[in-house]
Write a protein that binds this ligand. Structure first.
Ligand SMILES: NC(=O)c1ccc[n+]([C@@H]2O[C@H](COP(=O)([O-])OP(=O)(O)OC[C@H]3O[C@@H](n4cnc5c(N)ncnc54)[C@H](O)[C@@H]3O)[C@@H](O)[C@H]2O)c1
Length: 251
């Protein structure tokens, strides 16, 4: 058991159809927490549904683009009718790769709108659903919000968005103490997911070489510290960022 969570309650996970979000969902269901998964209408929710079904906990897949504020609020309203929302993990995100001199307004806005503004809408709606009973929100930032990635093509929009996620999480963590809603962010290093699977192998090898632990992370190694931040074991932790980067930021 990674962390003891309140059973019979509900967690909202955005971007939960795959990757880090799906790994968190696996761990939540082991703790008997029901899950509302928010992802795009193109995402395949079947793996999520089979995980919740196998665990025998409530599982609802809501196709929502986090850029659409009204839809995000409608989804959280629905979640609040299903159960007591105590936990939220905001994983929905996209990467940007490309030399900055070639980045269009559309490319720039897509990353900022999903990774930062959409995440902010989710936090707003999650706070509304939690403020009666209190809760814990974990936002997935990135070490790219702290440093510029060595050996990767420019991705200024992603770095800007993730630095924003770290600061937004701190601001909300402080603002919402009265409502007993803790807000933290987590900054993963390089993780083996679909986001990094398409990188040329030599790029991923270079990422591993630049990491003191000498390898990329598995999704479960990011999900476990997220579970800790959600749980009461982290009751005195709010408005902070936790680097889970294999030591990358130390070099
Ligand atoms: N993989 C890594 O190396 C790594 C490192 C640091 C941070 N992160 C961050 O972790 C989070 C999860 O990444 P992952 O590697 O699991 O990626 P992933 O691509 O496997 O999962 C991201 C999910 O977000 C969903 N999504 C994208 N746009 C959306 C939108 N507009 N509305 C709703 N859902 C949307 C996708 O459909 C997908 O299911 C992201 O925020 C990413 O930036 C990843």
């Amino acid at each position: 058991m990674i962390a003891e969570l309140e059973t019979g309650t509900l967690a909202v996970v955005t971007g939960g159809a795959r990757g880090i979000g799906l790994a968190v969902i696996r761990m939540l269901t082991r703790e008997r927490v029901g899950v509302v998964c928010i992802d795009t209408s193109e995402a395949d929710g079947s793996e999520f549904l089979s995980i919740t079904q196998d665990a025998g906990v409530p599982g609802y897949f809501l196709p929502v683009d986090v850029r659409r504020r009204d839809d995000v609020f409608t989804a959280l309203d629905k979640a609040a009718t299903i159960g007591r929302v105590r936990y939220a993990v905001n994983c929905a995100g996209v990467d940007s790769v490309g030399p900055s001199e070639q980045v269009s307004t559309q490319d720039w806005s897509r990353v900022l709108d999903i990774d930062l503004t959409g995440l902010f809408y989710c936090c707003q709606a999650e706070h509304l659903a939690m403020r009666e009973q209190g809760g814990s929100i974990v936002n997935v930032a990135s070490m790219s919000g702290h440093i510029i990635n060595r050996g990767a093509p420019a991705h200024a929009a992603y770095s800007a968005a993730k630095a924003g996620v770290i600061q937004v999480s701190k601001a909300l963590g402080v603002e919402w103490v009265e409502d007993r809603v803790r807000v933290n962010s987590i900054s993963p290093g390089y993780v083996r997911t679909a986001l990094t699977a398409n990188n040329p192998p030599e790029m991923n090898a270079e990422f591993a070489a630049h990491t003191p632990l000498g390898r990329m992370a598995e999704v479960g190694e990011i999900a476990a510290p997220i579970m800790f931040l959600l749980s009461d074991a982290a009751a005195y932790i709010t408005a902070t960022d936790l680097a889970v980067d294999g030591g990358y930021l130390a070099w």
